[in-house]
Design a protein around this ligand. Structure first.
Ligand code: NDP
Length: 325
């Protein structure tokens, strides 16, 4: 083995609530975790303004602040938090190999994958501008819908997520306008029926988003275009919700781990175990259903406990006699 290869007991990939929770637990269990943050330290929550639904913050907290707190908590117990991007893995042998920025090679007894998923956006400049400003663009109705109580919002998408989120928003908002780009829904019939039967949801078929309108700070409306007639309309709205799907960040694992057809890692039900011994998954990389910070944190804890038990079973000399959590 070359001198440049580092050996670690537990490598955590990703720095959202799942990764940091796994780090807190594994460091308190003397597993000396090394955590690589990836290109978006803090994960999806760093693009969220206020987090009001994470238990323990009665006054809410901003996404970036919460991630800094989680990082501090993980570092307090000795987690080695590093900048860097895992570009390649090799899970074919007993020792799991990963490469950082295509250069540094690390050999790991256990790997906890917490790489998350990325919401898809339309890619319009105006959408990205108000997303970055925190001025009314969101990809999570459950996270942000509350801020638009009694207001008018627009949601784009026609899958199960869009229907679920439109229905969720309809209970909070005065009016929800749903933009469906084709003449048909992708969602299941029951989900489509639910939005169609909701009084304050207006559905515009064959309609695409032309521009997100705003005053330079916040969203004030959406310009939508009917793809059949070419007609454009301005829809007044203070919130613009994008629900056109998520992409799990799992490409580098596809040669080794079982993924479903959309790329989510398949875990053994009720555990964080993957099809490779010693490789565990937590958070949105394996979850297309709940996708919440608190559920990600919960599965981060599961991955840490599963990894610790795996090491204990593998190596009777590894000391788990006095777990500290
Ligand atoms: P989907 O891929 O199923 O749907 C994406 C939707 O977004 C489609 O209607 C698609 O339109 C539309 N879309 C994509 N790109 C654009 C664009 N550029 N402009 C406008 N519209 C666009 O993603 P979901 O997140 O809805 O669902 C993912 C998986 O999770 C599915 O298997 C779903 O069934 C499941 N799910 C299940 C739930 C439940 O059972 N309760 C809840 C949520 C999700 P088009 O149809 O024209 O391609």
């Amino acid at each position: 083995m070359s001198d440049t290869i580092e050996k670690v007991k537990c490598l955590i990939i990703g720095s959202g609530p799942a990764g940091y929770t796994a780090a807190i637990y594994t460091s308190r269990a003397n597993m000396f975790p090394v955590l690589y943050q990836g290109t978006q330290p803090g994960g999806q929550l760093t693009t969220t303004n206020d987090v009001e639904n994470f238990p323990g913050y009665p006054d809410g907290i901003t996404g970036p602040e919460m991630m800094m707190e989680l990082q501090k908590q993980a570092e307090r117990f000795g987690t080695d938090v590093r900048n860097g991007w895992i570009t390649k893995v090799d899970f074919s042998g007993d020792v799991h190999k990963v490469w950082v920025n295509d250069e540094k090679e690390i050999h790991c007894d256990t790997v906890i994958i917490s790489t998350g998923a990325s919401a898809k956006y339309l890619g319009l400049d105006s959408e990205q501008k108000y997303l970055k400003l925190g001025g009314g663009v969101s990809a999570c109705a459950v996270c942000d819908g509350f801020f638009y109580r009694n207001q008018e919002v627009v949601i784009v998408g026609a899958g199960d997520s869009a229907c679920e989120e439109a229905h969720y928003l309809s209970k909070l908002c005065k009016k929800v306008t749903m933009l469906v780009r084709r003449d048909t829904f992708r969602a299941s019939k029951i989900m489509e029926a639910r939005v169609r039967n909701t009084e304050n949801i207006e559905i515009l078929m064959n309609t695409e988003t032309d521009e997100v309108l705003g005053d330079g700070q916040v969203v004030t409306g959406v310009r939508a275009k009917n793809s059949k007639t070419g007609e454009t309309i301005n829809i007044p709205a203070t919130g613009f919700f994008v629900a056109i799907g998520h992409k799990p960040n799992t490409d580098i694992f596809k040669d080794f781990l079982k993924l479903d057809e959309t790329g989510y890692i398949i875990n053994e039900p009720g555990t964080s175990r993957t099809n490779i011994q010693g490789v565990f998954v937590s958070g949105d990389a394996a979850d297309h259903v709940y996708r919440q910070a608190v559920t990600a944190a919960g599965t981060g804890c599961m991955a840490a406990l599963d990894a610790e038990r795996y090491l204990a079973a593998k190596d009777a000399t590894f000391d788990v006699s006095t777990p500290v959590y």
